[in-house]
Write a protein that binds this ligand. Sequence first.
Ligand SMILES: NC(=O)c1ccc[n+]([C@@H]2O[C@H](COP(=O)([O-])OP(=O)(O)OC[C@H]3O[C@@H](n4cnc5c(N)ncnc54)[C@H](O)[C@@H]3O)[C@@H](O)[C@H]2O)c1
Ligand SMILES: [Zn+2]
Length: 364
Amino acid sequence: MSTIYIKENLNELAAIINKNSSIFVIIDNNLKPYCNHFSQFNTIWLNTSENLKTLDTVAELTGKLLEAGTDRSSFIIGIGGGITTDITGFVASTYKRGVKFGFVPTTLLAQVDASIGGKNGVNYNSYKNIIGTINQPEWIYICPQMLSTLNPREFKAGVAEVLKTFILFDKEYYSIAVDYFSKLEQILEDRGSYAPDGEFYRLPLLTEIIGKCAQYKSAVVERDEFERGERRMLNLGHTFAHAIEKICGEACSAGSNQGGIMHGEAVSIGMVLAARVSGRMGMASEEFVNRVEHDLKSVGLPVAVPANPATGEEISIAMLLEALKKDKKVNGEYINFIIPQDLGNVKDIRILIKELEDLACDLC
Ligand SMILES: NC(=O)c1ccc[n+]([C@@H]2O[C@H](COP(=O)([O-])OP(=O)(O)OC[C@H]3O[C@@H](n4cnc5c(N)ncnc54)[C@H](O)[C@@H]3O)[C@@H](O)[C@H]2O)c1
Ligand SMILES: [Zn+2]
């Protein structure tokens, strides 16, 4: 399994990089402010968007690695959000049948989720992450301070995955994280930035929260690398989220006021719907269902299914379920669905789509 380093700044990265192998860095083009930390290495700058997460980009990067003389003893470092780490992991896993690699994830979503677990890959046409490998990076260097340059909307999308992790595994840290991110949301509203002076409010606590999440994900992956059981739990909120994303379209990265919906925003709404379904099934208390909704709202995440941004049309549960039937988790008449019962108490159930339809028909 990968070694995870959680550090408040980038100062200790140099010591981790093995100077005995030649190093190639693949780095997101939006990270130019950090370039002095990596200037001593061969660097390939990457334009990131879902449209560029393709085999063409993999071929281009492979060509650049060849040109630069990368061999099997080289080491590749991917620095950026989930798009960069997914592509870098795939390129490194396939280049000359595999060279070692490490990640410096730079979005909250990548620090707590995308960079951990060894899933690497690219999209094909409209199919997301359909070509890929499961191959673990040697190490992941997580530096929350780098999040200070992240667009607030991107940041909040990552908060949804943080709270998902704690709903699954840690009641105590769930409360700590909700308190912390609600406070950050207030700072954002008052001062227009999470880190108005370049420093986060209580950076050591943010570092601890992110570190906890990363450790939980890593531990699940260690127990169930190929998603045969427990790893499926990480899909809490994702069944409805994928349906919402399908209908609304994905918001492109970075711009804060574009149409479409970000993955983390869809996960937030998906978790509220999952909690409500759980309540309807008599598996969760009303208090828990209301708490989840209240907390997600307080950290600045959406909790209600939006209107279709393209048409302005309301999205019904029936429409979501229609989209959901095309989802990869649908298995004939049944669907795997993650049901939150309480903080730290979540079940993976197999449910008839028809039953879910009846339970959820008037939920949004
Ligand atoms: N492999 C996995 O297990 C896994 C899990 C979840 C998501 N993913 C993948 O992750 C991708 C989404 O990742 P993401 O949300 O990190 O998106 P991303 O990589 O597109 O990054 C979001 C945006 O933030 C910018 N950016 C990144 N770090 C920055 C920083 N520190 N300061 C300023 N700007 C910065 C990027 O240039 C980009 O515009 C999707 O392709 C998804 O499929 C993979
Ligand atoms: Zn997710």
